[in-house]
Design a protein around this ligand. Structure first.
Ligand SMILES: *[C@@H]1O[C@H](CO)[C@@H](O)[C@H](O)[C@H]1NC(C)=O
Length: 281
């Protein structure tokens, strides 16, 4: 029995975590690269201290990718492919990322409530935001990758707290929501495929504070960039937007070039291309 236990330990200890959700690089999981135009991961945010790369897994398959800032406990961006949605209900659970608690835990996102029940005494929120952080905070759990851009089950998978940021409720429910649905119309009408990036610019020192602990950074801005392709996979249209995260409730549309100039204010490293060849044919 002891020998068997020792053998089990040896095997488990040496299993590579390659198939997991938290990966060293997005290239480690080929399916994860499908969420980036031509498999090209942008340089934007790659030097973020404490960044984790999440291949968002739900029900044993991958649905989108997130570069997650474990210090601010919000995403740098989520990357996804737009999918036509026929609606469907709203997922009631909020998921967390087990592997941000312990790399040996399961690769599928889990309902934070049940993960807590399964691991009593383990604090899940060291490197990620928890549902309770948002409760009574005055901020919405604002999706980066929106549920409306996917059918079930990808739609469910967007309800992971690693894909949301504290968003001004008015902006989330009004101007930003309208912008997302305008993108839906555009992508359905004109694009055979669309690759999308949605990110947040963290604030210097504005946080959701719980019990005197700075828990979740309240970002100053949300931004969006998209690359629309024809049937032959050729880029035909691109664009983006930024929104100040306040009750000003305004979305400013931008070209990719303009968005790059905007982002360059918030980095010391070259901001690079958001899409291969700037989504030009
Ligand atoms: C996805 O969410 C819908 C709406 O809440 C739910 O009915 C469905 O069971 C969920 N699917 C999965 C695979 O969990």
């Amino acid at each position: 029995m002891q020998a068997l236990a020792a053998l089990c330990f040896l095997v488990l200890a040496h299993l590579p975590h390659l198939r997991g959700d938290v990966v060293g690089s997005f290239q480690d999981v080929p399916q994860c690269l499908d969420f980036f135009h031509k498999g090209t991961v942008p340089k934007w945010g790659e030097a973020t201290p404490g960044a984790a790369r999440l291949c968002q897994r739900f029900h044993n398959s991958y649905h989108f990718a997130t570069l997650y800032d474990t210090h601010h406990r919000i995403a740098v961006y989520s990357a996804y492919r737009f999918q036509t949605s026929n609606g469907g209900g709203r997922e009631k659970r909020w998921f967390v990322e087990p592997q941000l608690v312990d790399l040996s835990w399961g690769a599928d996102m889990k309902d934070g409530y049940w993960l807590g029940q399964d691991h009593p005494g383990v604090y899940l929120g060291e490197r990620q935001a928890l549902n309770e952080d948002y409760t009574h905070s005055g901020y919405d759990r604002g999706h980066l990758n929106p549920n409306g851009h996917h059918p079930v089950p990808s739609r469910n998978a967007t309800f992971t707290l690693t894909n949301v940021v504290p968003q001004n409720p008015k902006l989330n429910q009004n101007a930003w929501r309208i912008y997302e649905s305008q993108l839906t119309d555009l992508f359905n009408a004109r694009c055979a495929q669309a690759y999308v990036l949605v990110g947040a610019i963290p604030s210097t020192d504005n946080w959701i504070v719980k019990n005197n602990v700075k828990r979740v950074n309240i970002p100053d801005y949300l931004w969006n960039a998209y690359c629309c392709l024809d049937n032959n996979g050729r880029p035909i249209h691109s664009g983006g937007a930024t929104a100040l995260n306040t009750e000003q409730n305004r979305v400013d549309r931008r070209t990719l070039a303009d968005l790059k100039r905007f982002l360059s204010q918030y980095t010391n490293s070259p901001e690079g291309e958001l899409f291969l060849n700037n989504c030009e044919a």
